[in-house]
Design a protein around this ligand. Structure first.
Ligand SMILES: Nc1nc2c(ncn2[C@@H]2O[C@H](COP(=O)(O)OP(=O)(O)OP(=O)(O)O)[C@@H](O)[C@H]2O)c(=O)[nH]1
Ligand SMILES: [Mg+2]
Length: 376
């Protein structure tokens, strides 16, 4: 239409094409529509015969090259053809405008979604920095993505993720006293803090709950191991029985029948040694299921890959709870979350120092979740 206005209704549009701007400006400029137009001097003599009028319209440029074909334009008979071509040009422009508006609308919507995704990505990175397995971090993000509103704020996203993590960690399952004696087994790799943790828990029950507590140890491989537990037994005024086999443990059921809690310390075993693990399993199975609890003690400082191997090794032992020790020696609690997700075993206690009985708490899902989302 602009071409027609400028050149008069007799203008003949010879060619219309879209030209992309060149160079750095193409980033800022819209594509131009190039119109090659000529005037048929049979129709109008306003312009010299065969001369091509070149005029700049907004968004329209003219081909600078001479048009040999212009003289042949004379053969154009019908001005309808001109109208039609210009109308085509107009509808082409209108169509492009509509498409642009449509694109802008989609872009607005995408912007909101992308903002959410950017937030989610930030939190994901934080979890991974805190050593959450990418597999589990991804799982959380996928679950969150589906539940978010388009205009969720960073706060909303954070609190949804926080709640999700808390739910996945679950409520801690800790030791309780019933009116029947309960055998509480502590198993796990060497040196993680089994004996120390027993001393901490036993001390609390003895002092705070006035519970009747006894110790059993099957760790007869090292003299120091028995002595370590004996020291705590003496301080706390708790009986200690050393057992060498399944029969000894059977006997202790009678011996401690009027006790509340009987803590059974086991020797730290390499998870690679199948035979040693089988021995522990036999001991555990000596006590009926409803009279026993099992705690797998793991150090929060152990490498994730090793923790996976350890839990695989104990997979045949069912219904254990997880204790994590040495939280004071690591800045990442990601492994607590990873192992919880891997084993689906209930979390129970966390220990954070060598001080007996103070450095122990039941695992608080909220503080772990906060820790996982915190920057380092
Ligand atoms: N920093 C820190 N050290 C701990 C913690 N718990 C236990 N320890 C220390 O870890 C070392 C080993 O603790 P033990 O209780 O003997 O470990 P264990 O699992 O019984 O070891 P074995 O019987 O040899 O398998 C000791 O020096 C403890 O004081 C803890 O939460 N934090
Ligand atoms: Mg020990």
């Amino acid at each position: 239409m602009l071409a027609k206005d400028e050149l008069g209704k007799d203008a003949i549009v010879m060619n219309i094409k879209t030209v992309s701007p060149k160079g750095i400006y193409k980033l800022f400029k819209k594509p131009l529509v190039e119109v090659t137009a000529a005037i048929d001097d049979n129709i109008s003599n306003k312009y010299d015969k065969g001369q091509i009028k070149k005029q700049t319209f907004p968004d329209i440029i003219y081909d600078e090259s001479p048009q040999e074909t212009v003289t042949e334009v004379k053969s154009v008979k019908d001005t309808f053809a001109i109208e039609e071509k210009l109308n085509n040009l107009q509808s082409l422009l209108e169509k492009q405008m509509e498409e642009k508006e449509e694109n802008d609308k989609i872009k607005e919507e995408n912007k909101a979604i992308n903002k959410n995704l950017a937030y989610i990505q930030l939190v994901y990175n934080q979890l991974v920095v805190n050593e959450v397995d990418e597999k589990y971090a991804n799982q959380i993000m996928k679950e969150i993505e589906g539940t978010l509103k388009r205009d969720s704020s960073m706060d909303n996203i954070l609190s949804s993720i926080y709640q999700k993590i808390v739910l996945k960690l679950g409520q801690p399952r800790t030791i309780t006293i019933n009116n029947v004696p309960k055998f509480v087994f502590f198993i796990g790799p060497t040196g993680v803090g089994k004996t120390t943790t027993i001393a901490k828990i036993a001390s609390k029950f003895k002092i705070e709950n006035k519970a009747k507590v006894a110790f059993i140890t099957s760790d007869t491989y090292r003299i120091a191991a028995v002595e370590q537990l004996r020291t705590y037994a003496n301080i706390l005024g708790i009986p200690l029985k050393v057992i060498y086999n399944v029969e000894d443990l059977e006997e202790s059921r009678k011996e401690f029948e009027d006790y509340d809690l009987i803590f059974v310390d086991t020797a730290g075993r390499s998870h690679k040694n199948r035979e040693q693990r089988d021995d522990i399993e036999k001991l555990i199975n000596t006590i009926p299921q409803e009279e026993r609890e099992i705690y797998l003690v793991l150090s929060a400082t152990t490498k994730y890959k090793d923790l996976i191997k350890i839990t695989e090794a104990y997979a045949t032992i069912s219904n254990y709870n997880l204790i994590f020790t040495k939280l004071d020696e690591t800045i990442s609690v990601g492994n607590i979350f990873n192992i919880k997700m891997l084993t689906n075993a209930p979390l129970s206690y966390a220990t954070f120092g060598q001080d007996v009985p103070n450095d122990i708490e039941s695992i608080d899902a909220q503080s772990i979740a906060k820790e996982l989302l915190r920057g380092q």
